[in-house]
Design a protein around this ligand. Structure first.
Ligand code: ZN
Length: 88
């Protein structure tokens, strides 16, 4: 007699970083390949003000903005807008 396990391991729920938090590994990998972790558009990053080691950049597509602190990681400054057409 044998058993088939009905139980399946569930992956942890997918969760993006919140404003003021470090990007998740997955989100960081996205930015390293020049892809916006929020809207998925490629090559749409715009470089913003520099402050010391840190460089601000944002997605020109969905307006998500980030603070790249080099060796200290990347912090989220704002979330991107949903991909629907924006008013105004
Ligand atoms: Zn975006």
């Amino acid at each position: 007699m044998w058993w088939r396990k009905a139980y399946r391991e569930q992956p942890p729920p997918k969760r993006g970083s919140e404003v003021g938090e470090q990007l998740t590994e997955e989100e960081k990998n996205d930015t390293y390949s020049n892809r916006c972790p929020d809207c998925g558009s490629k090559g749409s990053f715009l470089e913003g003000p520099h402050g010391g080691l840190a460089v601000n950049f944002k997605c020109g597509h969905c307006d998500a903005s980030f603070n790249d602190m080099g060796p200290f990681g990347i912090e989220r400054l704002s979330k991107g807008a949903p991909l629907e057409v924006k008013d105004g």
